[in-house]
Design a protein. Structure first.
Length: 248
């Protein structure tokens, strides 16, 4: 699997879509930092992770096109012909997606840190809390990668993969915003209904990101466990169906 992963990373390095997403993260984080600065004096930790609100969509675009190219160019079939196992192919693509997402995440944090240090007040939260917020946000991004890896590896069509992934990313975003608004209304949701909404909010990668951005991490361990659960479930389900997929 190491050879497959190395080949995937080489292709990722040469992929124009990946570099466009890098520029998008830099641009979005910069714009958010500049716009928030106009609101007055704020601590720099407020802007470290603002780019995360767009990560689901960026990851959907990147991975759907990246995986779709494998089918379009016949790369997956060629890997099978030379003797690679389906499980190795799937997991190598998943790991490549994780690495790509991690690079985007680190670039966003780096840009936020540099601009925050120049334009904003010193850190308000302690370092451990900031790291915890970063881990929650990073795992949420990996959850997106696992979800879109499943879609990309099971669809033969690059365009279908892109449409499903992007619509899915927007669906998760709007769902999290809707649930957030409902939960924020005092007395609107109570009892079992509120518990259900809170669960749906915390298991949604975008819901985790919204809480991380606001440093509301009282249930950080729970959210990290949800992320691990999503990664495991979507990876195992995707691997199960990919092993049975007709690639002729």
């Amino acid at each position: 699997m190491r050879k497959l992963l190395y080949a995937n990373l080489q292709r990722l390095w040469l992929d124009s879509t990946f570099w466009l997403m890098v520029l998008a993260v830099i641009g979005l984080e910069s714009v958010f930092c500049i716009n928030l600065r106009r609101q007055g004096t704020l601590p720099m930790d407020l802007v470290l992770f603002v780019f995360l609100q767009c990560m689901g969509i960026l990851i959907a675009i990147l991975l759907s096109l990246y995986y779709g190219t494998d089918y379009q160019e016949g790369t997956i079939r060629n890997k099978l012909v030379v003797g690679h196992k389906r499980s190795s192919i799937y997991l190598a693509n998943l790991l490549a997606g994780f690495i790509a997402v991690t690079v985007l995440f680190l670039i966003g944090v780096l840009v936020g840190g540099v601009l925050g240090a120049v334009m904003y007040e010193p850190l308000e939260n302690d370092l451990l809390q900031i790291i915890l917020v970063g881990v929650v946000g990073w795992l949420a991004c990996l959850s997106f990668a696992a979800i879109f890896n499943l879609v990309g590896m099971l669809s033969n069509s690059k365009s279908v993969s892109a449409i499903v992934c992007i619509l899915g990313a927007f669906g998760l975003l709007f769902t999290s915003l809707y649930i957030y608004q409902r939960l924020a209304q005092p007395g609107r949701l109570t009892g079992t209904t509120r518990t259900l909404y809170e669960f749906l909010f915390e298991v949604n990668p975008n819901g985790q990101i919204l809480q991380a951005m606001s440093y509301n991490i009282d249930s950080s361990i729970q959210m990290m466990l949800y992320s691990f659960g999503l990664i495991m479930v979507f990876s195992l389900v995707g691997l199960f169906f990919f092993k049975r997929k007709d690639l002729k």
